[in-house]
Design a protein. Structure first.
Length: 263
């Protein structure tokens, strides 16, 4: 399937959608056009994900996942465009959080600033051995504005988050794994296929069950146990009544793989 966007390259692999940030000549940095297209893409998924059951997000090329905001564009922006860019980045992080299907990242190179913040905002990530990460905002005269002060502590703990954000230092893929920002580090040559394989596994599971479990997991760090558990039970109820649940029971009895339809 050809992409309807200029800055995003979108392919489908069964029920998995592969999305590449596609500005390799500019380090896959997020300019105003990419911010608009990312928001449009996520909104369309929110309205109707269709056959998409899982997403893999990566960068075009083999050096940079995302270089953050496009500083060259920003230098010449009029105030109105700066305000628009700011609003779009805010909406982008909120839409990532609200995406009904899981988003995985295959971090194929440097993830800097907003690129690192996107890694922290999605559901989980794998990184190549050559990937590098940094949150250099304080070195550029600003504080983070794409979720890092909220997502990084949740992933890595508050003391590590303070170190990462207040120093602005670069850190390695191995450190990102050890600190909880990425789940696994793999060779660059196998990164995309390994990430897609996990996405295919998720996509093969009952779609309604995956969505409901994701909703419950997303509030786990924001609510006390009692509130979170009540939400889990509410999320569980429609899956227990679903046709997919009955299909799973029937398939188990018949010793075959279930065929899920998302209802």
């Amino acid at each position: 399937m050809s992409s309807p966007y200029e800055t995003l390259q979108i392919e489908t692999d069964g029920n998995v959608q592969l999305v590449r940030l596609n500005r390799p000549a500019s380090g896959n940095s997020i300019n105003l056009a990419m911010a608009e297209e990312l928001n449009h893409w996520l909104w369309e998924l929110y309205v109707d994900a269709g056959a998409t059951r899982c997403i893999v997000l990566t960068g075009a090329g083999d050096r940079i996942f995302c270089g953050g905001g496009d500083m060259k564009e920003r230098a010449s922006m009029e105030p109105a465009a700066v305000r628009r860019q700011r609003a779009l980045m805010e909406r982008l992080i909120r839409q990532i959080a609200d995406c009904p299907v899981p988003i995985l990242a295959a971090v194929n190179g440097a993830a800097v600033g907003a690129g690192c913040e996107i890694v922290a905002a999605i559901d989980f990530a794998y990184a190549s051995e050559t990937a590098r990460f940094s949150l250099p905002e304080v070195r550029r005269g600003i504080s983070p504005g794409a979720g890092a002060t909220q997502t990084i502590p949740r992933a890595c703990g508050i003391r590590r988050a303070k170190e990462m954000i207040l120093t602005g230092d670069m850190f390695s893929a191995a450190e990102a794994r050890d600190w909880g920002l990425v789940n696994k580090v793999v060779p660059a040559t196998t990164l995309l296929e390994e990430t897609l394989a996990v996405a295919r596994t998720i996509a093969s599971n009952a779609p309604l069950a995956v969505r409901q479990a994701k909703k419950a997991l997303d509030i786990a760090t924001d609510a006390d146990f009692g509130t979170g558990f009540r939400f889990e039970l509410e999320a569980h109820a429609p899956t227990a009544r679903s046709r997919d649940r009955q299909e799973a029971i029937t398939a188990f009895a018949e010793k075959r793989e279930p065929v899920f339809h998302g209802a």
